[in-house]
Write a protein that binds this ligand. Structure first.
Ligand code: IPE
Ligand code: IPE
Ligand code: MG
Length: 245
């Protein structure tokens, strides 16, 4: 697969909905938490491979606002796995020159998660090869509402007129203000939905749905997704002849 990959057409920003940990565990007769633990291994593989290929931003959906409705035992397990993964993977991040970032309602996370997150974010802040962003307690609709509130404040203060509001104002208020929009969004586990992930940012992303459960996702599955992405014609509303002239 590597042979077919065009190293000059690697997406700058890759977004992933890492789904299927629970089903992976269930199939094997394990506790769901073991699925999440194996999900960390998949993320390590994918982050390392993405960095190697030259992806600049990798943004992964790790915990949604809606996931707070899961049983408390599962939420506790997920938060513990987050803390231990952060402690354990600092070496991987440093070795691959990856900067860690987090988006979402970080304040809603338990104190120990916030502490560990800020520590790793701080320690990796000078790394510049790739930015790995964890979307944690993330909801795209909440993110958009927050951007709209910031705009409303500007208008209220008389610094902006309603007719002056542009797409750029909305984008500037999102957590992803300093990133390009993802060119490619991958969702694993055979689900065909977006589940409140980066609704604004994926307006023109290529969508790739993979039937594999996230803990089974390997480097070659990422390569395959990128090869398919590279074969798509991104028309942005135009017709094929315009793109190719
Ligand atoms: C994705 O796997 C991880 C999180 C949502 C935290 P799931 O836990 O959703 O796994 P399935 O979809 O139940 O198999
Ligand atoms: C989306 O997966 C959120 C994450 C991967 C963190 P879910 O498993 O929560 O999504 P739904 O509920 O199936 O849409
Ligand atoms: Mg799921």
């Amino acid at each position: 697969m590597e042979l077919l990959l065009d190293k000059n057409k690697i997406p700058q920003h890759l977004a992933i909905i890492m789904d299927g940990n629970g089903r992976w565990a269930k199939k094997k007769g394990f506790l769901r938490s073991l699925g999440h633990e194996n999900g960390v291994d998949a993320l390590r593989r994918v982050a390392t491979r993405s960095a190697e290929l030259g992806v600049k931003f990798l943004t992964v959906y790790a915990f949604s606002t809606e996931n707070w409705s899961r049983p408390k035992t599962e939420i506790d397990a997920l938060m513990s796995i987050l803390v231990s993964a952060l402690k354990k993977e600092i070496g991987t991040l440093m070795d691959n020159n990856i900067r860690l970032n987090a988006i979402g309602d970080i304040q809603s996370l338990p104190a120990r998660c916030r502490r560990e997150l800020s520590e790793v974010i701080e320690k990796t802040s000078a790394n510049e090869h790739m930015t790995l962003t964890l979307a944690l307690s993330y909801s795209s609709k909440t993110e958009l509402v927050s951007s709209i509130k910031q705009i409303a404040e500007e208008v209220k203060a008389g610094r902006l007129l309603p007719e002056e509001i542009t797409e750029a104002h909305v984008a500037k208020g999102l957590y992803t203000a300093d990133m390009p929009d993802p060119e490619l969004l991958i969702r694993t586990s055979g689900e065909y939905r977006i589940s409140n992930y980066m609704l604004w940012q994926i307006a023109y992303s290529e969508l790739y749905f993979c039937p594999k459960l996230w803990p089974d996702f390997k480097e070659e599955d990422l390569d395959l997704a990128i090869v398919e992405f590279q074969q798509r014609e991104r028309r942005y509303g135009k017709i094929s002849e315009q793109i190719n002239s």
